[in-house]
Design a protein around this ligand. Structure first.
Ligand code: CTP
Ligand code: MG
Length: 250
């Protein structure tokens, strides 16, 4: 490990692990009046599903990043109402996803590792959370993903196929993405010191890739760990959640 490595790992020493769950987006591609994180999914607001997975996981604490001005609503109607004991703080997010992550990171000070998760991915499992924790402890930086199944084409400005990248090297990237706190905080501090680097940032791995030399290891999440982005995703997530519930009950 270089200077930006995750630091010494001493035997079985317990590492404080924090999950940052993001719910500060506008949900504009969903095209519904209610923001997608609060839409009902299997009888509860969508955001509850990710929070419950972390509640039942080995992470020590959760920071929920809500829309600015929605903190009190989230505390009362989500955290208290559904009894999420691991949620230690609800903090307001910002304009872009990376602003929201930065607010979550500042609130997660004192953590050894952090898992950053899109609240819009309700089908996250305990196994994926565990894999992210293991990946952070072993590599300092990791992200869930899956190999792409479709052929992906790069398209020019006129809408013509320009070229077709080798599919065997392409993965769909998901969350959680997990990092040593020191590394991810440093990467984000640098991102905010260099606003020109912020253009086109869509995930946390990209911040580490562009602002540090540290490698981000990909691990297999699941094809069911979808992000609810457009209306049909809500139906698909419902199918996966019903299946997950059945498996747990057996
Ligand atoms: N997110 C956030 N703060 C933002 C933007 C996004 O916390 N400023 C969160 C979303 O709430 C979501 C996750 O990041 O859980 C992934 O973002 P995305 O799916 O793009 O959600 P939205 O930005 O809400 O949707 P859209 O892009 O369609 O407006
Ligand atoms: Mg968005």
């Amino acid at each position: 490990m270089g200077k930006e490595g995750p630091g010494p790992r001493l035997g079985n020493e317990k590492r404080l692990v924090t999950a940052i769950v993001l719910a500060a987006g506008k949900g504009s591609r969903m095209e519904t009046g209610v923001r997608k994180q609060y839409l009902e999914l299997e009888g509860r607001p969508l955001i509850c599903h990710a929070l419950e997975a972390f509640e039942k996981s080995p992470v020590d604490r959760v920071i929920l990043v809500s829309g600015a001005g929605e903190e009190e609503f989230c505390r009362r109607e989500i955290v208290e109402r559904y009894g999420f004991k691991k949620v230690e703080a609800v903090v307001p997010g910002g304009r872009e996803r990376y602003h929201s992550v930065y607010e979550g990171l500042k609130a997660a000070e004192g953590s050894a590792d952090v898992l950053i998760h899109d609240g819009a991915r309700p089908c996250i499992t305990r196994e994926i959370i565990q894999a992210a924790m293991d990946g952070a402890a072993a590599y300092g930086a990791c992200a869930a993903g899956m190999p792409v199944k479709d052929t992906i084409k790069m398209v020019d400005d006129q809408g013509n196929a320009d070229h077709t990248p080798d599919r065997s090297h392409m993965w769909l990237v998901q969350t959680p993405q997990a990092f040593s706190y020191e590394l991810i905080k440093k990467a984000y501090d640098r991102l905010f010191e260099h606003p020109s680097a912020q253009e086109g940032i869509t995930d946390d791995a990209m911040v580490v890739e562009t602002m540090t030399r540290h490698k981000v290891r990909l691990f297999k999440g699941s094809y069911e760990n979808i992000k609810v982005t457009t209306p049909e995703d809500l139906e698909i997530a419902g199918i996966f959640l019903r299946k997950m519930e059945k498996t747990v009950d057996i």
